[in-house]
Write a protein that binds this ligand. Sequence first.
Ligand SMILES: [Zn+2]
Length: 156
Amino acid sequence: MDSQKTNELYEKFPHLYRERTAPLESSQMGWGFQCEDGWYKIIYEMSRKIEKLSTDSPHDCAITEVSRNEDGTLYVATRNLTPPLQDIITAAREQSRLTCEYCGYTPAFMRKGKGSVAGHIACGRCLRRAEGSKKQKATKRSRKPRRAPDVMVVKR
Ligand SMILES: [Zn+2]
């Protein structure tokens, strides 16, 4: 996640992300949010709900890692977890399952194969963008119509 969005989350929820300055041996939070910007809203809402249930004590839940599960969904590790907090985190994970990690568009799906989006949940547009414009450019040039088509087809 880019540094501006990362800082927004840290400033808004300093207590929940208090391990952001902890040594990496004890907390992975020092790496920041190990996902793309599209999940910012999901993480923000999840953080807001968790913080509502916290009491400003050192025994409150602390998030120790935000990254990605093997199935491409949002992974959140915590300290001092309670069942209501687990529910909030599970809901965020379920939401991420259909939300593009790059742009936040829904629906999006887990992409397989090779390339930069493999293993990520991405919408069709971000998938095409990541697959590279090289291929696209080549076909565009060779299929260039001599005159404007009578019917404009909107590419989806
Ligand atoms: Zn997208």
